[in-house]
Write a protein that binds this ligand. Structure first.
Ligand SMILES: *Cc1c(COP(=O)(O)O)cnc(C)c1O
Length: 435
């Protein structure tokens, strides 16, 4: 069948308008840090000197690219307090696996065989997955009634058979774990290592260094914190940073500087080896580098301050209307729930109704320890007007739930499709678009 050009153009333009992204609306998806990505970062990544490079080019012809990697690594080390970073891992979860392999190599070299890794009940699903992919047994540690790690439970489970803990701080409730120093001390006293999941780094930038908290090895999500659009499985980057004693285990190559020349360093018998083809997702590194150089160290601190301020502003507007399971000042995100909502209107209903008001829903039903969780992360890039519009919609939905629950329960009403069977939609997607 032949189709005319205008038909094809209209088809694809129509499809593109069905998409929702941070460039056309508020996207408060907790845990994901869906913040606005400045366009200058894209522009730099597209410069032909970067985008047309071939990874097998002679080193003297790619000195600028190597310098960028070298300086990006230095900046990440400064932000986190670590001795070195590997830029190889392609995502957060990939960084977790890399980190776990480093932990494994550390104990192997010491001649110890530790079989377990502790993972808090609040952890992102990738944490226990990475732990077991690496051959460790994941052991759950409880959180206490104020949302911190339960130290008694930790003490009971931490012994010489445990390689360490994988911890997220701020945790997935958006709360700063006030027990973090004790957690690290208890784990270190038994010879274990502390792995930090750095996905929530947006709240700490320029304010506190993970190394100072007692963390030994950690990944960052460049595609969350350092400005690369994400979602849909696009390219990401999950650099892994380590304290001095773990540098020898990092994936190779690292970029070294000799005089004013940059080169790849391949040696190192203790390295866990290569984690990815070539050197990682270079385009994402260019964006992170651009972002950091554009905002500078003062800007970086403002990112964290405004992310926390925006979250607390929204929290203060919504706390009268929604159940707040952990009533504390939050960091960059916070968790509400549907407890006590009128007429059994659920978190899922609220999320679908938000679509009608033009908002991407928050994260729902995560973290798992909060029943009917609604996890909201506004990010630092949103204005007070946007936050107010979102809060107004959330309050309106509560009123609708009381007065006209069917309206909420059958939402969305304004989308190309109505309420879908989520499982069927994932397994048998119908991507045809009807004009
Ligand atoms: C996003 C996220 C991860 C996983 O990162 P990916 O880059 O998606 O693999 C891990 N932990 C937390 C807390 C996260 O939010």
């Amino acid at each position: 069948m032949n189709l005319s050009e205008p038909l094809v153009i209209r088809h694809f333009t129509g499809l593109s308008r069905l998409n929702f992204g941070v460039d056309n609306g508020f996207y408060p998806l907790g845990s994901c840090t869906m913040k606005y990505n400045p366009k200058v970062c894209e522009e730099m990544a597209r410069l032909e000197g970067f985008s047309l490079l071939h990874p097998l080019q002679p080193l003297q012809s790619v000195q600028g690219a190597l310098r960028l990697m070298y300086e990006l690594e230095k900046m990440l080390c400064e932000i986190c307090g670590f001795a070195r970073f590997s830029l190889q891992p392609a995502a957060g979860a990939h960084g977790e696996l890399t980190g776990m392999m480093i932990v494994q190599a550390y104990f192997k070299k010491k001649g110890e065989s530790r079989t377990k890794v502790l993972v808090p009940d609040l952890a992102h699903g990738t944490n226990p997955a990475s732990v077991s992919m690496c051959g460790f047994e994941a052991v759950e540690v409880k959180s206490d009634s104020s949302g911190n790690t339960d130290l008694e439970d930790l003490r009971a489970k931490m012994d010489e058979n445990v390689a360490g803990i994988m911890i997220t701080n701020p945790n997935t409730l958006g709360l700063f774990d006030q027990n973090i120093a004790d957690v690290c001390r208890i784990v270190h006293e038994k010879g274990g290592l502390v792995y930090g999941d750095g996905a929530n780094m947006n709240a700490l930038l320029g304010i506190c260094k993970p190394k100072d908290l007692g963390i030994d090895v950690m990944h960052l999500n460049l595609h969350k914190t350092f400005s690369t659009p994400h979602g849909g499985g696009g390219p990401g980057s999950g650099p892994v940073g380590v304290v001095e004693k773990l540098v020898q285990f990092l994936p190779l190559p690292l970029v070294e500087k000799n005089g004013d020349k940059y080169a790849f360093e391949f040696g190192g018998e203790n390295s866990i080896g290569k984690m990815r083809s070539f050197y990682g997702n270079f385009g994402v590194m260019v964006k992170a580098f651009t972002y950091l150089r554009a905002i500078g160290s003062d800007g970086l601190k403002q990112v964290a301050e405004n992310a926390v301020l925006n979250a607390n502003y929204l929290l203060s507007r919504l706390r009268k209307h929604y159940h707040l399971p952990f009533d504390r000042v939050c960091m960059h995100e916070f968790v509400l729930s549907d407890k006590g909502f009128p007429n059994n209107v659920t978190t899922n209903d609220i999320a679908k109704r938000l679509l009608d008001y033009g908002f991407h829903p928050p994260m729902v039903y995560f973290p798992l320890i909060v029943k009917g969780a609604i996890m909201i992360e506004p990010t630092e890039t949103e204005s007070k007007e946007t936050l107010d519009r979102f809060a107004d919609a959330m309050v309106k939905i509560k009123e609708e739930a009381a007065e006209n629950p069917e309206l909420v329960k059958t939402s969305p009403h304004s989308m190309p499709v109505r309420r879908l069977d989520a499982v069927k939609a994932a397994r048998q997607p119908d991507l045809r678009w009807k004009e």
